[in-house]
Design a protein around this ligand. Structure first.
Ligand code: PEP
Length: 253
């Protein structure tokens, strides 16, 4: 079982601020263990941050190309990330699905590109408010999962982390209740178990994302199928991020 708390800075921080965050996390990580810590940083900083990241902190990109090398201006590939010491990437985030053309097919190609290079794919899925109000949340997430992970072999699945992020809870201050989140995490685990077997499904980390903060992290992370979180706003300040980490039942000092 993997326990993971991953930050997602999105398009925030300048280089100096990113380095300061790393320094503060390095100090904290020296006396804490039990949870894998990751951070999704802006692309220009990846190579530097991956080289200065303390032990116990993996640096992620927030995107990766669905194509290989070639005439794809502005894109960067999974093997480029690997060559810089980057651990993987967040893919399928709802902001990219809604605004930057990340269809299920493109997300599938990105997941494959990452796991094919032995990198981590933090795969995001989740329903919009409209979809939830129509009662279609499980259907939506199962469709997204089917597109992205159905064809993976077991070895590749080991490098996939699923982040359930209800779109209506991202950056809105409106968190899913722990019962709502557990219900969806249970449905995701069940879907994985049907395709890959109970044992493999139990090994996949399923993170909750959506206005998770120090005050609600323990309640969310205490649920059976919630293995940690993908954290946006509360990952910008290391003290808040550490507060979220402190809510994980497996964190040890
Ligand atoms: C996110 O964007 O992945 C996220 C979870 O954001 P926030 O924590 O700010 O809701």
């Amino acid at each position: 079982m993997r326990n993971i708390v991953a930050g997602n800075w999105k398009s925030n921080k300048l280089m100096g601020e990113a380095r300061e965050w790393m320094d503060e996390m390095a100090e904290w990580l020296a006396s804490h263990e039990g949870v894998e810590v990751m951070v999704g940083a802006p692309a220009p900083y990846l190579s530097v941050l991956a080289n200065v990241a303390p032990e116990g902190l993996q640096v992620l990109a927030q995107n990766v190309s669905a194509e290989g090398h070639g005439a794809h201006t502005g894109e960067f590939t999974a093997d480029m990330l690997k060559s810089c010491g980057v651990a993987g990437a967040i893919v399928g985030h709802s902001e990219r699905r809604a605004r930057y053309g990340d269809t299920d097919d493109r997300v599938k190609a990105k997941v494959r590109a990452l796991v094919g290079e032995g990198l981590q794919a933090v795969f995001c899925c989740g329903e919009t408010l409209e979809e939830r109000e129509a009662g279609h949340q499980e259907q939506v997430v199962h469709r997204q999962l089917k597109a992205a992970v159905l064809d993976l072999d077991e070895d590749a699945l080991n490098r996939v982390v699923v982040a359930y992020e209800p779109v209506w809870a991202i950056g809105t201050g409106k968190t899913a209740t722990s019962a709502q989140a557990q219900e969806m995490h249970g449905a995701i685990r069940g879907w994985l178990a049907d395709r890959f077997g109970d044992e493999k499904a139990a090994d996949v980390a399923i993170l909750y994302g959506g206005s998770c903060k120090p005050s609600n992290a323990a309640e969310l992370f205490g649920k059976a199928d919630i293995n940690g979180g993908l954290i946006g706003g509360a990952a910008l300040n290391p003290v808040d991020f550490q507060g979220v980490l402190a809510g994980h039942p497996d964190l040890k000092r």
